[in-house]
Design a protein around this ligand. Sequence first.
Ligand code: FES
Length: 134
Amino acid sequence: MTQVSRRIVFSGLGALGVAAALAGCAGSGDDTSEPKVSSGAELATTAEVPVGGGIILTDEKIVITQPTEGDFLAFTAVCTHQGLLVTSVEDGTIHCANHGSSYDAANGDATGGPASGPLASVDITVEDGKILAG
Ligand code: FES
């Protein structure tokens, strides 16, 4: 696996070119620990998160979504099925292609596949176009 300081899987409308450049490893097979980030740490910029889609921070194990314009949410990216990382966000759904689970990008609820429970919310704050942990 290529090591870079900050890996993001872009997903959703309008991000395909960036995704090709920055996606790196899609996260399948990563370890299963829960997200751990320091409060106040910058996770992403608002411009990086497509409306109706989202981004997956594979190092931080956090998925950030923007279900409607200006409404940013974050969840653990650790699938509740077998603990692998979710793989994409599109059309308001967080997908885990490992075994086909899906989650509502607006609240983290499991909506399909073998996942047994929702993705837990992660606290974020949005400040000056930046998405910060905590
Ligand atoms: S680990 Fe996500 S569907 Fe199995």
